[in-house]
Design a protein around this ligand. Structure first.
Ligand code: SAM
Ligand code: SF4
Length: 334
């Protein structure tokens, strides 16, 4: 049998990175991400962990070398560590890196298991160190668990990167101390602009904070030295002389980074989205469950590569604008 075709889109971008959402459910309700009464998918529609594993193997056979498990909150899915273990066995055998993005609430329970399965680095999302602000923003009073989780990850030998969405009037004033804390703990940190994905209760415009303004503010305080470091992703990095740590900026709104896009996303129901900012998708679940999964998946992948759009076009430039796409980040897999 011929080796399956590698994933290369019509702009000659090679797809080597899969972000797989293992669940759309979450134990927090971050206000910029989802409404309090978020409607979650019926469990029957979600792929089994065994199907997610099989699907991942198809991606690896087609050139994917890095898989990030995400969600929703990946660690709220029961038994998801079994998927981590199964994929961990592909490390060094097609897969270079297995990682996850988590809100940290369950890391105390899972940090050791993740490390034992071969995970080396994780991203933990943390927007504030103020317990009240955390409870208000995430609508759950869980900062202590998150901080314990981050400490457990560090103790388990996992390299932690802290990701924070920069939000006007919410964590704007606190960003320097959040960065100083992360660097003091030995964690890299990345700031992210809020993106117009899915309806939420408030207006994202009210809290949208362009990162060029944040950067100018940080430059008045610290010495930012441009770094050539790259994670193969959209972040641009600086080293901060005074804190001795690295800071990334992800600027989907003020600086488009789609040219070098190497990734695709699969939702918990097996829908392959070629772009976070587009509606284009193909149904891998139907292909996986068909009589000829290999053939059907090959057709899906060929279609996806033919349709992957060149770039997203996010804007948050006036109050009340509709989201760029109706899906929440927690559905597509952040
Ligand atoms: N629950 C996990 C977490 O929070 O890390 C993983 C999924 S979450 C959707 C992944 C990342 O997306 C988080 O860092 C979160 O802050 C970010 N995110 C969610 N909605 C966003 C939005 N509308 N704009 C920018 N980032 C968003
Ligand atoms: Fe949950 Fe992550 Fe969305 Fe917050 S950002 S509500 S932790 S999925």
């Amino acid at each position: 049998m011929n080796a399956p075709a590698q994933l290369v889109d019509r702009f000659a971008r090679r797809i080597t990175y899969l972000r797989l959402s293992v669940t759309d459910r979450c134990d927090l309700r971050c206000a910029y991400c989802m409404p309090e009464r978020m409607e979650f998918l019926p469990k029957a529609e979600v792929l089994s962990l065994e199907e997610m594993h099989r699907l991942s193997l198809h991606f690896i056979a087609r050139g994917v070398r890095k898989i990030r498990l995400t969600g929703g909150e990946p660690l709220v899915r029961r038994d998801m560590i079994e998927l981590v273990r199964a994929l961990g066995r592909k490390l060094g055998d097609g897969l270079d890196e297995l990682t996850l993005t988590t809100n940290g609430t369950r890391l105390v329970e899972f940090a050791d298991d993740l490390a034992a399965a071969g995970v080396r680095r994780i991203n933990v999302s943390l927007d504030t160190l103020d317990r009240e602000a955390f409870a208000r923003l995430s609508r759950r009073d869980m900062l202590p668990q998150v901080l314990e989780g981050i400490a457990a990850a560090k103790a388990a030998g996992l390299k932690v990167k802290i990701n924070a969405v920069a939000l006007k009037d919410i964590n704007e004033a606190e960003l320097p101390s959040l960065i100083a804390w992360a660097h003091g703990e030995g964690h890299d940190m990345t700031l992210i602009e809020v993106m117009p994905l899915g309806e939420v209760e408030g207006d994202r415009f009210d809290h949208y904070l362009p990162l060029d303004a944040v950067r100018r503010d940080l430059e008045r305080r610290w010495t930012l030295v441009r770094s050539d470091a790259t994670s193969g992703g959209p972040a641009r990095y600086v080293d901060i002389a005074e804190t001795g740590g690295r800071l990334g900026f992800i600027t989907p709104l003020t600086g488009n980074f789609c040219e070098g896009c190497n990734r695709v996303r699969v939702t918990a129901t097996g829908q392959l989205y070629m772009c976070l900012g587009g509606e284009g998708h193909v149904d891998l679940r139907a292909a996986l469950r068909s009589a000829d999964p290999d053939g059907a998946l090959s057709d899906c992948f060929a279609r996806a590569m033919g349709e992957k759009q060149e770039r997203h076009s996010f804007v948050i430039d006036q109050p009340g604008s509709a989201p760029a796409v109706s899906r929440h980040m927690s559905t597509t897999g952040g």
